[in-house]
Design a protein around this ligand. Structure first.
Ligand code: XMP
Length: 326
């Protein structure tokens, strides 16, 4: 019968048999799937695995640290961090169109990852070793869906760590391909990963880059990071993390509205809160969350985040709205 222990043991044996004495690499995003996939492969082959984390500068507050410190501490994995913030910001400069942003972020990600990959292959070659395997956090529903085609597949060009180029000459290691999301979380816990990683809500591959309506700049990202951190902190404190599927926090960088603070007039940007309830993200409804929690988030964001003088609530279901604004 199915137990997380038996799944882990079975996969560890299968990975060892598949990889042998060769080396494997894995692109870590900080998400549940790539983290659990990497952790199980690490358990199987230890130092034969190297993880690559592309820091594109579009993460939420504390997210890079979660990968670079917490994940490494929990697994002992060998991690190569690529600081690519400047590269991504340069590529995104002057771009406001959502699809263009998505394409640029996806393209830059692949380029940066391929470069890191080539470096690892060369280093291993110099040691007389061969990098032959690429670890991917593919789940059972991913396999089913990519065969059938989903309703939203063509609405936005999705970017995630699973969407790496197919022309690479690696063999795939996909230890989660028989599992559903809730099973992946259980396996992650069994492997000793912290709840902050295992219970993480969905977060899009292009990160905060598609939560700024308008051009993406470092200043705007920092501002959004602060607002988002406050919202997440208050939602967690109110015990709403399970009830809410995810809550995008969006900066309307191209919009300004008049406000008042003390004796003075302000002219700042609105922040949108988009809490949704959903089963699978294909459809969603806006979450009827307590007014007191909304009030706390609003007060804190307008007090603590300079440039933001208004907080608004998105009360649109999906369809017709999508969960993300871009
Ligand atoms: P939408 O906005 O299409 O989002 O209703 C549905 C779900 O997908 C997430 N999302 C993404 N996830 N790469 C991802 O890995 C992406 O490019 C991407 N775009 C949206 C979104 O957060 C929601 O959970």
């Amino acid at each position: 019968s199915w137990t997380t222990t038996s799944v882990v043991e079975e996969q560890v044996a299968a990975i060892r048999a598949q990889v042998g004495t060769k080396r494997a690499i894995c692109a870590l995003s900080g998400g549940v799937d790539s983290s659990v996939a990497a952790a199980i492969v690490q358990k199987a082959i230890g130092e034969q695995l190297t993880c690559v984390y592309v820091d594109h500068g579009l993460q939420r507050k504390g997210e890079s640290e979660q990968v670079e410190k917490d994940f490494v501490a929990a697994t002992g994995v060998q991690l190569k961090v690529v600081d690519a913030e400047e590269r991504f910001l340069t590529a995104l400069a002057g771009v406001s169109d959502p699809e263009q942003k998505r394409k640029i972020i996806g393209r830059e990600f692949i380029r940066v990852f391929e470069q890191a990959q080539a470096e690892l292959v060369a280093e291993a070659g110099a040691e007389g070793e061969e990098v032959a395997f690429l670890v991917q956090g593919t789940l059972y529903p991913d396999i089913v869906e990519s065969g059938g085609g989903t309703g939203t597949a063509n609405i936005k060009s999705h970017h995630n760590v699973g969407g790496l180029p197919d022309d690479i000459e690696f063999q795939l290691v996909e230890p989660l391909r028989q599992l559903f999301k809730d099973e992946v979380r259980m396996v992650g816990t069994e492997l000793g990963l912290p709840d902050a990683i295992v219970q993480r809500q969905p977060f899009p591959g292009p990160g905060l880059g598609i939560r700024i309506v308008g051009e993406v700049t470092k200043e705007r990202l920092d501002l959004l990071r602060e607002a988002d951190a406050i919202a997440r902190e208050e939602l967690t404190a109110a015990g709403l993390d399970r009830e809410i599927w995810q809550c995008p926090v969006v900066l309307l960088a191209d919009v300004r509205s008049v406000g008042v603070q003390g004796d003075g007039r302000t002219y700042g940007h609105p922040i949108v809160l988009r809490p949704v309830s959903s089963e699978d993200a294909m459809t969603a409804d806006w979450t009827r969350m307590p007014y007191e929690v909304l009030a706390r988030i609003s007060t804190r964001i307008t007090n603590e985040v300079a440039e933001v003088n208004r907080v608004v609530l998105d009360v649109t279901s999906k369809p017709p709205g999508t969960i993300e604004w871009e």
